[in-house]
Design a protein around this ligand. Structure first.
Ligand code: FES
Length: 98
């Protein structure tokens, strides 16, 4: 095992968990374009070396989803849609300038 400190100042994890058993899950409700829209926005801002956008499986707060968590700031975004992208970018801007 190699142990390192992440090079990213902020790492977004977008839950993409889907279910077919009737329980709520982010992947069944989120816009499938959300990740690519966020990645494009990060790219356009020139933040790619500092901000990573990834998908994750269940983050454990399914009923509040679709969910994104931002680490290491421990910021949880719930009920997220593509309409929230400007606010998410603003949040990242505050992190990077903070
Ligand atoms: S399915 Fe997204 S938090 Fe559980």
């Amino acid at each position: 095992m190699n142990k390192k400190v992440s090079r990213y100042k902020a790492h977004l994890f977008i839950c993409n968990k889907t279910r077919d058993d009737g329980r709520k899950s982010c992947g069944n409700h989120a816009d499938p374009e959300l990740k690519s829209i966020l990645k494009d926005a990060v790219q356009e801002k020139g933040w790619k070396p500092l901000v990573r956008v990834s998908e994750s499986s269940c983050l454990g707060v399914c009923d509040a989803g679709p969910n994104i968590m931002i680490y290491p700031q421990k910021i949880w975004l719930s009920d997220v849609s593509t309409a929230d992208v400007p606010e998410i970018i603003q949040t990242l801007e505050e992190i990077l300038n903070g």
